[in-house]
Write a protein that binds this ligand. Structure first.
Ligand SMILES: *[C@@H]1O[C@H](CO)[C@@H](O)[C@H](O)[C@H]1NC(C)=O
Length: 247
């Protein structure tokens, strides 16, 4: 019994000191001359994600859920009766279940493309709308909910190295992203300045045009997501020397 206790304590201590010795314990290092570097970069990214789920205080990442977006807007049709809606205080849950499914890279020119998969995101937001939808005066507001399944995302990054003292760090030069969603269910509830007829009409419209609505939301949504990703990547690059990632 005492021996078992000793073994457990030694394991805990050696794991702990291993972390203490490696301040970049949340990252797996890849070799630039590895012929399968893309496989390594994929594993490294998934290892980082797994650590993020637990929180990485060293990077200021404590609570990965939810993702919060202040506002996005859509406009359907033009003119005074064109339908406009803005969604505020968007809370999205599920992004931390992300998997990196593929990486393409050109390490010499510091270009990387990540293919990502998220099984499901649930979002809630407040919305305000004005204008006419399907002949219904749809001005008002309420709560929006959305369930998005099978999200595929591609993120392209171009960086350039610079030196700080003895070590090289990366600076983000360019970031681009695009995504698709396989299944969407969404609707509105607690519609104020409205009635149950308007709420039912809105929900019918929203669900029969979900992909179209997503297409309308996409430009705004992409802008917001790129800002979030840019901040995320810049934080990584500022804290992780280049050779700790790729040596
Ligand atoms: C992540 O996936 C697991 C397993 O499918 C699920 O139980 C959990 O709710 C998901 N997390 C979020 C925040 O959606």
């Amino acid at each position: 019994m005492a021996k078992l206790k000793f073994i457990i304590v030694s394991i805990i201590f050696s794991v702990h000191s291993c972390f203490a010795q490696n301040p970049l314990y949340f990252l797996k290092q890849c070799q630039r001359d590895d012929p399968n570097i893309n496989v390594c970069l994929k594993q490294s990214a998934n290892f980082l994600v797994a650590n993020m789920r637990r929180g990485i205080p060293e990077l200021g990442i404590t609570e990965p859920e939810p993702i919060i977006i202040d506002e996005i807007g859509i406009a359907l049709g033009s003119g005074p009766d064109g339908y406009r809606a803005s969604f505020r205080n968007i809370h999205a849950y599920g992004v931390s279940n992300i998997t990196v499914t593929g990486v393409r890279s050109d390490v010499d020119s510091n270009q990387f493309q990540f293919t990502l998969y998220i099984p499901k995101i649930s979002a809630r937001a407040n919305y305000e709308s004005s204008g006419v939808l399907m002949l219904v005066q749809a001005s008002g507001g309420g709560e929006y909910w959305g369930e998005y399944e099978g999200i595929k995302c591609k993120v392209y990054i171009r960086a350039s190295p610079h030196r700080i003292g003895q070590r090289a760090f990366l600076t983000l030069q360019q970031i681009k992203m695009d995504f698709s969603v396989k299944n969407i269910r969404m609707g509105v509830e607690n519609v104020h300045n409205g009635n149950s007829v308007i709420q039912a009409a809105l929900n019918l419209f929203i669900n029969s045009n979900a992909q179209e609505l997503l297409k309308e939301m996409k430009p705004d949504l992409k802008k917001k997501l790129i800002v979030l990703m840019r901040n995320f990547v810049e934080n990584l690059f500022a804290n992780i020397p280049y050779d700790a990632w790729i040596s």
